[in-house]
Ligand binder design. Structure first.
Ligand SMILES: *[C@@H]1O[C@H](CO)[C@@H](O)[C@H](O)[C@H]1NC(C)=O
Ligand SMILES: *[C@@H]1O[C@H](CO)[C@@H](O)[C@H](O)[C@H]1NC(C)=O
Ligand SMILES: *[C@@H]1O[C@H](CO)[C@@H](O)[C@H](O)[C@H]1NC(C)=O
Ligand SMILES: *[C@@H]1O[C@H](CO)[C@@H](O)[C@H](O)[C@H]1NC(C)=O
Ligand SMILES: *[C@@H]1O[C@H](CO)[C@@H](O)[C@H](O)[C@H]1NC(C)=O
Ligand SMILES: [Ca+2]
Ligand SMILES: [Ca+2]
Ligand SMILES: [Ca+2]
Length: 374
């Protein structure tokens, strides 16, 4: 008995020593470059507008892991929401049951033998370099790739939303079934004037492209993301909504002042290349603003009506394609070593973390540096 336990003890100890000395962490020479799974769960709940957009996850394998994790969080929240009584009866129990799973997934991504970033890029390159397949990834190919990843992500979230709202499980959401987000129901109509018509019946009707009073998954996805829709009724609704928000004197139209102090900034920021943020003053921007206003005001009555906003609605509500291109431009600017405007596989492998920047935790690297400037 005694001998046996000593043998087991020694075997375990030797095994542990072996494991520790061969632990992947020990030969990771980039301690700061830890890939970190994101939680976009809370920030992504409906109504994304204007400003913030989560970076698109480049690698479908990583996106898959993120989605699975997010689904778990979602199931937990939805379960608690649907069964409040049960959860309240068991205080403190299982407060964070998924934590272990998250850690495992992150360890997996940072284990260079299991998740080898070089090998991932070698594998993905031919899937991106398709138009044309010429050994180079150009801006167009990278934009399309990013767009495909983000559309998959958006549709996945829409499917989950659909599960909540489609109460009779017929694959359609009726207006009666649709329950707007709680902050819409609780806010009064006049506060701030933002999002006044969002999640209301007019918005719903505009999303219903075939007019059968039900939203299928495509129409429901459009409803949640009007700026990415091709449905003209919905784009028109979006323009009307924009007028409602900007029309501070409530005459139903947008005059130059309302345009200049509201909409123009969005249009200008969209066309980033053409402006100097540090040198812009109201005075220096008034002339270009007046010029654009005159161009948009096609009937020349001195006001913008909702059809006149249609040419710039994509700039007021940037689409997924806009962000996909922005991210492609950023990646190319960082990884295109020979500055020919396109990426070879070698260039990609030499800057792997640019591609994983969406999940690349750079906090540790820059913290002290930035503190100096506070
Ligand atoms: C990753 O894969 C490349 C290419 O196959 C190889 O050279 C490299 O050693 C691998 N890295 C690790 C940590 O296994
Ligand atoms: C908002 O406005 C609509 C119509 O203008 C009205 O029916 C509704 O009661 C208002 N809601 C709140 C919370 O004030
Ligand atoms: C939405 O459409 C339904 C059915 O066509 C109609 O009864 C309702 O009045 C419409 N609501 C609005 C706000 O347009
Ligand atoms: C949903 O309905 C639209 C017409 O409004 C149609 O074009 C689309 O293909 C439908 N989507 C699905 C998934 O059936
Ligand atoms: C941007 O600012 C620089 C001065 O820093 C100036 O020379 C240049 O003309 C400006 N460009 C535009 C488009 O205003
Ligand atoms: Ca190519
Ligand atoms: Ca429909
Ligand atoms: Ca290049």
């Amino acid at each position: 008995m005694g001998k046996l336990s000593v043998v087991i003890y020694i075997t375990v100890a030797v095994l542990l020593l072996f494991l520790i000395s061969h632990s992947p962490k020990n030969h990771s020479n980039h301690p700061h470059r830890r890939l970190k799974l994101r939680s976009t769960f809370l920030s992504s709940a409906g109504g994304e507008k204007h400003h913030h957009h989560e970076p698109i996850t480049f690698d479908p394998l990583v996106a898959d892991i993120e989605r699975k994790r997010e689904d778990k969080q979602w199931e937990k929240v939805y379960f608690e929401h649907a069964h409040k009584e049960i959860v309240q009866e068991a205080p403190g129990a299982e407060s964070q049951p998924e934590w272990e799973d998250f850690m495992d997934a992150e360890d997996y991504l940072n284990d260079e033998e299991k998740f080898n970033v070089t090998n991932r890029l070698v594998l993905l390159f031919p899937k991106i370099d398709i138009d044309p397949p010429d050994g180079y990834v150009n801006e167009h190919e990278l934009t399309e790739w990013n767009l495909k990843q983000s559309e998959r992500e958006v549709m996945h979230r829409t499917q989950r939303e659909m599960e909540i709202h489609d109460k009779n499980r017929d694959g359609f959401v009726s207006f009666a079934e649709y329950e707007p987000p709680s902050w819409v129901r609780n806010s009064d109509n006049t506060s701030f004037g933002y999002d006044m018509g969002w999640w209301k019946e007019e918005h719903f009707n505009a999303s219903d492209a075939d007019g059968d009073s039900l939203l299928n998954i495509t129409e429901f996805n459009d409803f949640l993301h009007p700026a990415d829709s091709n449905n003209p009724k919905l784009l028109q609704w979006l323009c009307k909504e924009e007028i409602r928000e900007r029309d501070t004197d409530k005459d139903g139209k947008v005059n130059f002042k309302e345009f200049f102090h509201g909409l123009f900034d969005f249009v200008r920021n969209y066309d980033e290349e053409s402006h100097n943020s540090t040198h812009d003053t109201d005075d220096s921007m008034e002339a270009p603003a007046r010029k654009l206003f005159a161009q948009l005001d096609t009937d020349g009555d001195g006001y913008l009506s909702h059809p006149e906003l249609l040419p710039i609605i994509g700039k007021l509500h940037p689409s997924e394609r806009y962000y996909a291109k922005q991210q492609a431009d950023y990646i190319i600017s960082q990884a295109d070593t020979d500055k020919d405007g396109r990426l070879t596989l070698i260039e990609m492998i030499e800057s792997p973390y640019v591609f994983y920047s969406a999940i690349f935790n750079e906090d540790e690297e820059d913290y002290e540096y930035h503190d100096e400037f506070r």
